[in-house]
Design a protein around this ligand. Structure first.
Ligand SMILES: O=C1C[C@@](O)(C(=O)O)C[C@@H](O)[C@@H]1O
Length: 175
């Protein structure tokens, strides 16, 4: 069985992770985080690819690339289908019906991650256009939240039979 494909999708301004407002988002950069997550995913039997964009349309195009038959901009080639998505949509969380529609359109299960506790911040950050359709929402754990999401993805895919027993990785026999 080939490794299930997890997409790590980061939205606007998350390329500035580790640099922007470190008192809120910490000091880990996106490249460093991505390296850690790829290796964590691999230990769990998953193949993780990462995409970040500051452009809503580019994010939608990337999600649409799930469908090889979709009409994509000529510059974009189709990707292998995703089995699971870990998404931090940044500010698009609070504004983008188009992103919600794209995620629901491709029908791939996803977890919504926020580095900060959005509920302890400005009121406009309390609303999400995605949370009610997410398998889970993780917020306020710092960048560790992404690692938790990878662990969740492994368990979720194992429960669905997409990830073989050899790839479950985490956990131990009890009793
Ligand atoms: O860009 C971001 C980052 C964020 O998604 C987070 O990870 O905490 C929270 C959003 O409100 C904000 O716009």
């Amino acid at each position: 069985m080939s490794k299930p494909h997890i997409l790590l999708l980061n939205g606007p301004n998350l390329n500035l992770l580790g640099l922007r407002e470190p008192h809120i988002y910490g000091s880990t950069t996106l490249p460093a985080l991505t390296t850690t997550l790829k290796s964590h995913a691999s230990t769990l039997g998953l193949h993780l690819t990462a995409f970040q964009s500051n452009h809503e349309g580019a994010i939608l195009d990337h999600l649409h690339s799930h469908y090889p038959q979709a009409q994509l901009p000529t510059s974009q080639t189709p990707h292998t289908p995703f089995d699971f998505i870990i998404i931090n949509p940044g500010a698009l969380t609070h504004t983008s019906i188009a992103l919600r529609d794209a995620l629901l359109g491709i029908g791939v299960p996803f977890v919504e991650v926020h580095v900060s506790n959005v509920h302890a911040r400005e009121e406009f950050r309390h609303r999400s256009f995605l949370s009610d359709r997410a398998e889970a929402v993780i917020c306020g754990l710092g960048v560790w939240g992404y690692e938790v999401a990878v662990g969740f993805a492994a368990r979720y895919l194992a429960a669905k039979g997409v990830l073989g027993a050899e790839g479950k990785g985490e956990g131990q026999e009890l009793g």
